[in-house]
Design a protein around this ligand. Structure first.
Ligand code: SAH
Length: 215
């Protein structure tokens, strides 16, 4: 028997809880963001399965568990200014927007950035600004950020992002080989340097330098 949309979404949240997502504010944010609205129409029926799914420009929307886990690890508070690198569909940005004061998200494909910005506006997520650009350079004119989330994989954290992080701020990024398994890494900036913690293995599409030439 086909589940009703409400049951499907309830099960989605229960699964996240069962897999260890315990932060109530994070679970509420995930409940408030309809993942189906961030997918191409022919994919919308798979929206609440715990899988990464294809979007335009050969990119992907992250697996919900990974979105929930990264969001929880980021410890976002209502006064925070958050930077996201890799807007993609805009789903992660929407989830963050429920928890933060303001979200700036950078995407190298104009098509994705424009679609995400329009979608976020239509759905009422007003505190997100999507910028077309190279996220490896961050957004110096909006810095410093209390939190930075990178949703594409790199061997190392681009130094501009560490520079644009406030002291006491946290950054989370998938680090490792572009076509293999990466590990989510959490960097906390201190007065004197930084602390690092290695979290779970993940697979993200690669972080690519420069604005995309077409699209
Ligand atoms: N957070 C997204 C999923 C990201 S997929 C979501 O919730 O849907 C990774 C995205 O990072 C892709 O859209 C890709 O185009 C983008 N990307 C890769 N390198 C980038 C860079 N240097 N600057 C900005 N965006 C980049």
């Amino acid at each position: 028997m086909q589940d009703s949309p409400d049951n499907t979404r309830m099960r989605f949240l229960l699964d996240l809880r069962r897999r260890g997502i315990g932060d109530q504010a994070v679970l509420r944010a995930l409940e408030e963001v309809p993942r189906d609205a961030f997918l191409p129409a022919d994919m919308a029926s798979s929206a609440y399965a715990d899988r990464a799914l294809p979007i335009d420009c050969g990119q992907t929307i992250s697996q919900p568990f990974v979105v929930a886990y990264m969001t929880e690890q980021l410890e976002v508070r209502p006064h925070h200014r958050v930077l996201e690198i890799g807007t993609g569909s805009g789903y992660q940005a929407a989830v963050l927007s429920r928890l933060a004061h303001r979200v700036v998200s950078i995407e190298r494909y104009r098509t994705l950035a424009d679609t995400a910005q329009a979608r976020l506006g239509d759905l009422g997520f007003q505190n997100v600004e999507v910028i077309v650009g190279d996220g490896m350079l961050g957004a110096a004119d909006h810095a410093p950020f209390d939190r930075i989330i990178v949703t594409a994989a790199a061997d190392a954290v681009p130094s501009a992002l560490i520079d644009q992080l406030a002291v006491g701020g946290m950054l989370i990024a998938p680090l490792g080989p572009p076509d293999g398994v990466q590990h989510l890494t959490k960097v906390t900036k201190t007065e004197t340097g930084e602390q690092r913690a290695t979290l779970i293995p993940v697979r993200f599409v690669p972080l690519v330098a420069g604005k995309a030439q077409h699209l």
